[in-house]
Design a protein around this ligand. Structure first.
Ligand code: NIG
Ligand code: FE
Length: 400
């Protein structure tokens, strides 16, 4: 078991940063969230970690002896956040666009090209340092697993480079050559789709677990998205989609039809979209930071939950539409403005994110799951939404 304090900078998420202890017992946990179906929450609990996994949980007074003991002093312990959607490999700043939006301008997909220009100009070392800084910010705020997309390179070499850098920080890497059509292909979008599904896919697939496409106004249409996702699937990549961010479309139903693990944004959903998600294994990932930062209307997550869809919350950390790395912030917004209960928001930010990545080893603290957890400086996870903007992360433990 390796422990990692919130302040430390991980070289790679999950990599041990301290010598392994054989077993660690966390005792006097005021409230322990496991996300287990049978006992999702325990009071006055303890949890024992062995070899990076949860080995025992139960009443604190009955905790077995371990090599190391951490006294939680009544604090709440939750699973580490699983942030299933981020764009961390980029250079430059677009705070001027944010400022313009806050005074009335609209968000459009085209701003991506500005970051593409700056990212292409940046050195490998600069991009790696930028990514490391954001991953460390995330870790300090309780995130123990993050998915990272390419998508600001948009040439064969630049997309491959972004994925190589992403792979230094996470196993959850996503090829997003289909973010927008780059300027040099403005007159030949079909030619760019050929590149994305051909030579670029060939170069990127070895470095990626997933393929994603931005299927929306100003990006790729449904026929293009279908071709791109099918090409990725044929290369063994799992499917994800950016859909229904800027308006209603067939994107969500296409993602469901193709068996995508997740469709992300889901801001403008039709009843047919909600029904399709509810009847599927595709997770509906909500990105509250986007509506916050673009002044778009908040989607109604309660509508999805009540229909029976699985909902995840992620940050979508990127320089254009949502430059936050804070899962607690996103949870607070989801509770305040998207009609989620605090318990639902926590589930969506942990188990929901794990489901969006089709992972069962993370997102909960049942016996056998990875001991990725957060000790909150609060008696309950409700405080994450009740005390927005307050640093409540006491300690982060990440297993490997
Ligand atoms: O998830 N929707 C597409 N991509 C990002 C935005 C990226 C940008 O504006 O640079 C998103 O919101
Ligand atoms: Fe995104």
């Amino acid at each position: 078991m390796s422990t990692q304090d919130a302040q430390s900078t991980p070289s790679k998420q999950g990599a041990p940063s301290e010598p392994s202890k054989q077993s660690t017992a966390i005792t006097n946990i005021g409230l322990l969230v496991t996300n287990e179906a049978e006992r999702p929450e325990l009071e006055n609990a303890a949890l024992v970690i062995e070899n990076g996994k949860v080995a025992w949980l139960g009443d604190s007074s009955k905790a077995p002896v371990a090599d190391e003991r951490i006294d939680a002093e009544g604090r709440c312990v939750i699973p580490g956040f699983v942030d299933s959607h981020s764009h961390l490999v980029f250079a430059g700043d677009r705070s001027d666009e944010f400022e313009a939006r806050m005074t009335g301008q609209k968000y459009e997909a085209g701003g991506i090209r500005r970051t593409v220009r700056l990212t292409r100009e940046a050195s490998d070392a600069e991009l790696e340092a930028n990514t490391a800084k954001l991953v460390a910010e995330m870790r300090a705020q309780g995130t123990t697993t993050v998915e990272i997309k390419s998508g600001y390179g948009l040439t064969v070499a630049d997309e491959e480079r972004a994925l190589r850098i992403a792979g230094k920080f996470t196993a959850e890497t996503t090829y997003l050559g289909a973010h927008v059509v780059p300027t040099e292909f403005a007159d030949d979008p079909a030619g760019y789709v050929d590149l994305v599904t051909g030579e670029m896919l060939e170069a990127c697939a070895p470095h990626a677990k997933w393929i994603d496409v931005f299927c929306d106004r100003g990006a790729f249409d449904e026929d293009q998205a279908r071709a791109i996702l099918n090409a990725g699937k044929a290369k063994g990549l799992g499917l994800r989609m950016h859909g229904a961010q800027l308006g209603p479309s067939g994107a969500v139903r296409l993602a469901v039809e193709l068996g995508a693990a997740s469709v992300d944004h889901c801001t403008f959903l039709t009843d047919a979209d909600v029904d399709a998600l509810a009847a599927s294994d595709t997770v509906a990932t909500q990105l509250p930071g986007v509506e916050f930062s673009t002044r778009q209307p908040y989607p109604d997550a309660r509508r999805l939950i009540e229909a029976g869809a699985r909902v995840a919350i992620a940050c979508d950390c990127n320089p254009g539409s949502s430059f936050t790395s804070s899962m607690p912030f996103c949870m607070a917004v989801a509770v305040r403005d998207m009609r989620m209960s605090p318990a639902e928001a926590l589930w969506s930010a942990t188990a929901g994110g794990a489901a969006a990545l089709r992972r069962t080893d993370i997102g909960g603290l049942a016996v056998g799951q990875r001991a990725d957890l957060v000790i909150l400086d609060a008696p309950s996870y409700v405080h994450l939404a009740y005390r927005p903007g307050v640093p409540l992360i006491h300690r982060v433990l990440a297993a490997d």
